[in-house]
Design a protein around this ligand. Structure first.
Ligand code: TTP
Ligand code: MG
Length: 394
């Protein structure tokens, strides 16, 4: 078994850093993105690290931020620019692994297992990525490196900004026991409050409790998750492969897309990403989801379930395309397109599978073969002809 390694990469003070990048006069200054002081109802999207020293943070009302930091530079924000940079950065990650799991506009997990021969040790890959983003984009990121996604996520937060932290196999428990309880991903404000009320203030306090009492205090699911996580075991909550789950991918465009052909080309690219992730984990799904976010941020998300398992890119794409064409309101600009497979099960449903024509099973075998080729040689990118013709960067 090869050692699993994941990176979690998170940009530092993302929106504020982009503003400082585009206007060097703002470098080293407290920059607050979200609104002008006179925008009564606005909230802070993010604040530069210089502004954070004054106590300003995301989700704080702008008027409150202004009280704490009257000398700050207040900006309303430019989503298109942030999306454009995010898109470029996600593409840099894809040069290191075919398995990039974008979590938000500025963070992603990168599965770098088995890529040592190509790119070096996990920490070397982390520093390569930091260097490339600094040189090509001009921004700093913080990277966490661990044998699981969950611990990589926690690790990326340790030495922010421009940080790096590695949790080695076997070190997970020691690492988590030394974190403040509120830093445990999955412990929200409500859970924190409940735990504090019961005198549980640190991960070590959690460790002393039995699974029964944790379940009693926080409910079955959170209780079990907490019991495991302080033992260094990635909580069941975050292990997507044990229960029915979904896989999705989405793209925010650098500009609003109105042309159906372009939209469908991106759709195909997203379908491929999701399909390959499904093949890699060996699950089965019969439900396709398509998400369209228009230029005014209104969002529709449509699901359709069919009789048989979706086992090829072609069958997945034709269904996604059908849903898209049915729902897309012509002439409206699209800012984001997403595609997913829902209710993914580990077990195949043999009865429905018989309904599938054999040619699809053949294609499935071909796609599995391509996947194993990609696994062995991640530098080779196997793409559908349409993407290659368009010269789209994957
Ligand atoms: P984060 O990664 O949570 O924050 P950050 O990148 O600004 O700072 P850091 O990672 O160094 O702690 O979020 C990424 C971007 O998402 C952030 O720059 C702005 C936006 N955002 C909001 O608009 N509202 C919010 O409440 C949060 C948390 C983020
Ligand atoms: Mg960030």
């Amino acid at each position: 078994m090869i050692q699993k390694w994941y990176l979690h990469v998170d940009l530092d003070a993302f929106f504020a850093s982009v503003e400082q990048l585009d206007n060097p006069e703002l470098k080293g200054k407290p920059v607050i993105v979200g609104g002008k002081p006179e925008d009564k109802r606005s909230v802070v999207s993010t604040a530069s690290y210089e502004a954070r020293k004054y106590g300003v943070h995301s989700a704080m009302p702008i008027f409150q931020a202004y009280k704490l930091c009257p000398n700050g530079i207040y900006l309303r924000g430019r989503m298109e620019r942030y999306s454009e940079i995010s898109y470029k950065i996600m593409n840099i990650f894809k040069d290191f692994s075919p398995d990039v799991d974008q979590m938000s506009i500025d963070e992603a997990f990168i599965d770098i297992s088995g890529t040592e021969d190509l790119f070096g040790k996990p920490e070397e890959i982390a520093f390569k990525i930091k260097k490339i983003i600094k040189e090509q984009i001009g921004l700093t990121v913080s990277v966490g490196c661990a044998p699981s996604k969950y611990f990589a996520k926690l690790a990326s937060d340790i030495n922010k900004p421009d940080g790096f932290f590695m949790v080695k196999p076997g070190e997970e428990q020691n690492f988590i026991l030394n974190l403040p309880l509120k830093k445990i991903w999955g412990v929200g404000n409500k859970t924190l409050e409940t735990l504090n009320k019961c005198g549980i203030n640190t991960p070590r306090d959690v460790l002393e409790k039995s699974i029964e009492s944790l379940k009693f205090i926080c409910g079955n699911s959170t209780g079990t998750f907490l019991y495991n996580v302080v033992r260094g075991i990635e909580g069941e909550k975050f292990d997507r492969k044990t229960k029915s789950h979904s896989i999705s991918a989405e793209t925010t465009f650098p500009y609003d897309v109105r042309d159906i052909y372009t939209a469908e080309t991106y759709l195909l690219e997203l379908v491929q990403t999701v399909m390959f992730r499904l093949l890699r984990e060996g699950g089965f799904s019969r439900t396709v989801m398509v998400k369209i976010r228009y230029e005014d941020f209104s969002t529709v998300s449509i699901q359709e379930t069919i009789e048989y398992n979706i086992i090829t890119v072609d069958s997945f794409y034709s269904l996604a395309k059908k849903i898209f064409e049915k729902k897309y309101e012509i002439n409206r600009g699209i800012r984001l397109l997403g595609v997913g497979l829902e209710n993914i099960e580990k077990e195949e449903r043999p009865i429905q599978q018989d309904l599938f024509e054999t040619s699809d099973n053949k294609k499935y075998a071909v796609e599995k073969a391509i996947l194993s080729l990609e696994k062995k040689h991640p530098e080779i990118k196997v793409q559908k002809a349409r993407l290659l013709n368009q010269g789209l960067k994957k």
